[in-house]
Design a protein around this ligand. Structure first.
Ligand code: ADP
Ligand code: MG
Length: 328
């Protein structure tokens, strides 16, 4: 398929009906009207084949995930998503791939009211870069640098499940339990968490005005909470027993592996936030009222670094600390 036919396909599948898109796909650039008095929040994230996803990942899932990881960044800022741009680098002009990809992308875009307003299509190794835009009332964006000693550390969403899903996919030749239906279902759910993450947008918006700092967890809890602590100039103490351990993880992995996945597994896209004590109860009630999973896992302390304490208050030394690009 020629480049402009691919663009026509993207244009056809990427239709949108937001009235604040004055000019969308088809011109040299998009023209967007930012609602009067709102702050514009923007982020970009790239997924590269073999680095961020297994080459065999279904195109539909890639479409969903490439937008979801960006909406997760907007969620961590407390923003409402509005528009996205899609830069696709494709090894060939296979229309079936683009159609499936766009269906996954648009399924999430339409559910969240996001308009695809433009992008770029080039030839090369498979890579997907999405830029997302969101709006937030002035000055209300949640940042990483506001945590104070004494704040509670909350996690909205599940931990370790996506990394558990990846471990299941990578366990080649391990088909001993494939005939076991309940375990197969658990594996499928974990793989789904990896391939089709759910951005915690409603949670992020509830955190406005209450969380002192927030970050989305993409590289593992210890790593991303570490970034929040560094930005805020504080440390964190986590309770080993307070960490959420999902039933699916506990059924498929031994206890030490579960802790590794929860502390250092990537691709969670849960939100980790710090909340001053007076706001904790009402915030938890509001989150639970929307059926959003929330866990209180520790406290912010003076100093630096993230430490995990066991039930006797002794330091627990994690075996892994999280995913890093450009690791030495
Ligand atoms: P130009 O050559 O002026 O940069 P292009 O030919 O690359 O424009 O793109 C034409 C139109 O199609 C533009 O509006 C662009 O935003 C849109 N577009 C190109 N690729 C994509 C894509 N992958 N997703 C969404 N819109 C795209
Ligand atoms: Mg042009």
């Amino acid at each position: 398929m020629a480049e402009f036919d691919l663009l026509a396909l993207i244009h056809e599948l990427g239709g949108n009906d937001r009235s604040d898109v004055l000019l969308g796909i088809g011109d040299d650039a998009a023209v967007l009207r930012v609602a009067e008095g709102m702050d514009l929040v923007t982020c970009v994230d790239t997924l590269v084949a073999g680095v961020h996803f297994l080459p065999a990942t279904p195109a539909w899932d890639l479409g969903w995930k490439s937008l979801a990881v960006n909406l997760s960044d907007l969620a961590a800022m407390g923003a409402c998503p509005s528009w996205a741009q899609l830069a696709l680098t494709l090894p060939n002009s296979e229309p079936a791939f683009v159609r499936d990809f766009m269906q996954g992308f648009m399924a999430l875009a339409q559910r969240e009211g996001v308009a695809l307003v433009g992008g770029d299509t080039t030839c090369g190794g498979l890579a997907i870069s999405v830029t997302a835009y969101g709006l937030i009332p002035p000055g209300q964006a949640l940042r990483r640098d506001g945590a104070q000693p004494g704040d509670y550390i909350l996690v909205c969403g599940a931990l370790g499940e996506a990394a558990g899903g990846l471990a299941c996919l990578q366990a080649v030749g391990d088909d001993t339990e494939l005939c076991d239906r309940p375990l197969a279902l658990r594996r499928e759910r974990l793989v789904q968490r990896l391939q089709r993450p759910e951005p915690m947008l409603a949670a992020g918006q509830l955190l406005r005005g209450r969380a002192s700092a927030c970050i989305d967890i993409s590289d593992g809890l210890l790593s991303d909470l570490g970034h929040l602590c560094t930005a805020s100039g504080v440390g964190a103490e986590l309770g080993l027993d307070a960490l959420p351990r999902s039933e699916d993880l506990c059924a498929l992995f031994d206890a030490a592996e579960v802790v590794d996945l929860v502390l250092a597994g990537g691709d969670d896209y849960a939100l980790c936030c710090t909340v001053p004590e007076p706001f904790v109860t009402a915030l938890r009630d509001d989150l639970l009222g929307l059926e959003i999973e929330v866990h209180s896992i520790g406290r912010v302390v003076a100093g630096h670094g993230v430490n995990v304490l066991d039930s006797r208050g002794h330091a627990f030394l994690p075996r892994r600390r999280g995913y890093e690009h450009f690791r030495a």
